[in-house]
Each structure stands twice: as structure tokens, then as C-alpha cells.
Design a protein around this ligand. Structure first.
Ligand code: UDP
Ligand code: MN
Length: 297
């Protein structure tokens, strides 16, 4: 039955920061007004969470796209994921690529697999980025639903730099964009043209989420990617593309379908922004890239 705990009223009277009931931070927002936790280092107990998810024998799917020259990112991405991503849990890496021969052979720990999914490319980087919604959607229905409980959908031009574990998992989760986590609603770069399906009015929206890290159960990711892809297709027919491509449609979705958990910018950081005091861990870090050299080639 697990460990013996002292009665809760004793724990509540005890003021020790070491105590597991006192995982809290006073310098950051820990919960949304709709009672979704916001995950920051120091707000959860990974020992308890690992035990819960191990008991369920959960398998996590990590989807990543490496189209055209972006295959160069795969080696560091996979190597660092083996060190930091869902350590001790079952993981399937789903690598969408047009160049399967360029997928590196990285040594994997037990219970972890690489699945290479060959897909077409597109001439424009914007379209490559946006088509991720369509592809994740169709593979969710065909394949992911039979193989994993949760999907984590991320950019590839990144490296893991610290633990990213089961604390991120929930029905539907998004990540605070590192440029906007401390910004006001007025400054969020939502799509502001009413003609676009991604349009968010000035007086709506809670947070600005990053396009490069979201997920949830396969069913919730299926619904999210379906809605976003359909919205993109409606816009495309009218000759419109939202200002930040898939990120704009994702942000629109989260205004009306609130995430059940939100990840702090620890989970998607960019060192161009320095390393502010509130960041106790930098878990997933953008790699510098030469946009002109790597895109549209
Ligand atoms: N991508 C790709 N090939 C491309 C362009 C984009 O595979 O030619 C994928 C890749 O997974 C990348 C994601 O689309 O991480 C988003 O593009 P990018 O990272 O360039 O956008 P940014 O993070 O700079 O906004
Ligand atoms: Mn990126």
C-alpha cells in the first residue's frame, strides 16, 4: 500500500518547506481561474506522480517533424530526450520526415522506440509548420490511438536540458510562450483580422501559448488538430494565412477549449531572453538557427 504518512492535519500544521504538501510558489501564478495547474519547478512532487503513471503503465508519444534540412536537429533532439524526457516511462518517438535515410540511429533505453513516418514536404516553411496539424490528426486516428495514451507535440529545433516528465501530462495542455508569459493581453500576437478563422478579439484570450509544445490524450489532440486544420483550410480557400501560422490557430483553440494544464516557459525557453530568476529549471531550449540557410531549401 505504499508509504506510511502522518495524518494530514499534522502536515498542515507543519511549516517545513521540505514537506510534500507545501509544494507551492508565491512568485508565479500556479493555477488558472478555471482551475488548471500551471507547472513550475517546485509546485509538484515527481516521486508521487511517477508512481501514479508507472502504475498505469502509460506510454507517451512524442511527435516531431524533421522535414528537409531540419533532419540536422534530430541527433541532439533524440540524444537529449533519452536523458531527460519521461525517464522511467514508456516512450514512442514519432518522427515525421521526407528523408527517412537521414534519421540518425540513437541508442535507446528499454521501453523506448523510434517510429519513422515518411511524409511529403512542401515548398514553404510556413506550410510545413502548419501541415503538422493535419498529419498529427490523421496519424492519431490511424495509429497513435492504438499505441499511446498521451501525445506530446513539439518543435525539433530544440534540445532537452532538464527533466520533462509526467508532470506535464493531462487531458489537454499548452505551454506559455517565453516571450509573453509576463505580458498583458493587449500585447499578445493573436491573429487580429476578423476575416481569419484564427481571429481573437482584443477582449478575449487568457495566455499566449507557444506553437512548439502542446499535447494531451490522443483523443484531445485529435480534436485540437482537426479543428485547427479545418480552420486553416477555410482560411486558405480565402487566401488568408494567420500571422503566426499554426501557433495562431492553436491560440484560437485554447481560448474556447481551455487547457486542463499549462506548462511554464521552463518547458520552452529561448536563451535570447536571458535567464530570469523565476526560472528554476530550463528544460527544453531553442537552438539558434540560421533561418535563411535552413528554411525553404
Ligand atoms: N519544420 C521542418 N522543416 C522545415 C520547416 C519547419 O521540419 O523546413 C518543422 C520543424 O519541426 C520545426 C517546426 O516545423 O521545428 C516549426 O518551424 P520553426 O522551428 O522553423 O519555427 P520557429 O520555432 O522558428 O517559429
Ligand atoms: Mn522552432
Amino acid at each position: 500500500w505504499g508509504r506510511q504518512l502522518p495524518p494530514y492535519f499534522l502536515l498542515l500544521q507543519c511549516d517545513s518547506k521540505e514537506n510534500f504538501l507545501f509544494h507551492r510558489r508565491s512568485d508565479v501564478l500556479m493555477m488558472t481561474p478555471w482551475f488548471a495547474p500551471i507547472v513550475w519547478e517546485g509546485t509538484y512532487n515527481s516521486e508521487i506522480l511517477n508512481e501514479q503513471f508507472r502504475r498505469r503503465n502509460v506510454t507517451v508519444g512524442l511527435t516531431v517533424f524533421a522535414i528537409k534540412k531540419y533532419t540536422v536537429f534530430l541527433n541532439k533532439f533524440l540524444e537529449t530526450a533519452e536523458t531527460y524526457f519521461m525517464v522511467g516511462h514508456r516512450v514512442n518517438y514519432y518522427i515525421f520526415t521526407d528523408r527517412p535515410e537521414e534519421v540518425p540511429k540513437v541508442p535507446l533505453k528499454e521501453g523506448r522506440n523510434v517510429v519513422v513516418l515518411q511524409v511529403q514536404n512542401y515548398p514553404r516553411w510556413q506550410e510545413i509548420s502548419m501541415r503538422r496539424m493535419e498529419l498529427i490528426n490523421s496519424f492519431s486516428q490511424q495509429r497513435f490511438i492504438n499505441e499511446v495514451s498521451y501525445l506530446v507535440c513539439v518543435d525539433v529545433d530544440m534540445r532537452f536540458n532538464d527533466q520533462v516528465g509526467v508532470e506535464i501530462l493531462s487531458n489537454l495542455f499548452g505551454t506559455l510562450h517565453p516571450h509573453f508569459y509576463a505580458a498583458e493581453r493587449q500585447s499578445f500576437t493573436y491573429e487580429r483580422r476578423p476575416a481569419s478563422q484564427a481571429y481573437v478579439p482584443r477582449d478575449e484570450g487568457d495566455f499566449y501559448y507557444a506553437g512548439g509544445f502542446f499535447g494531451g490524450t490522443v483523443m484531445e489532440v485529435y480534436k485540437l488538430t482537426k479543428k485547427c486544420h479545418e480552420a486553416m483550410m477555410v482560411d486558405k480557400a480565402k487566401g488568408i494565412e494567420a500571422i503566426w501560422q499554426d501557433e495562431s490557430y492553436l491560440n484560437k483553440y485554447f481560448v474556447y477549449y481551455k487547457p486542463t494544464k499549462i506548462l511554464s516557459p521552463e518547458y520552452l525557453w529561448d536563451d535570447d531572453l536571458g535567464r530570469p530568476e523565476i526560472l528554476k529549471k530550463i528544460r527544453f531550449l531553442a537552438l539558434p538557427k540560421n533561418h535563411a540557410a535552413i528554411r525553404n531549401k
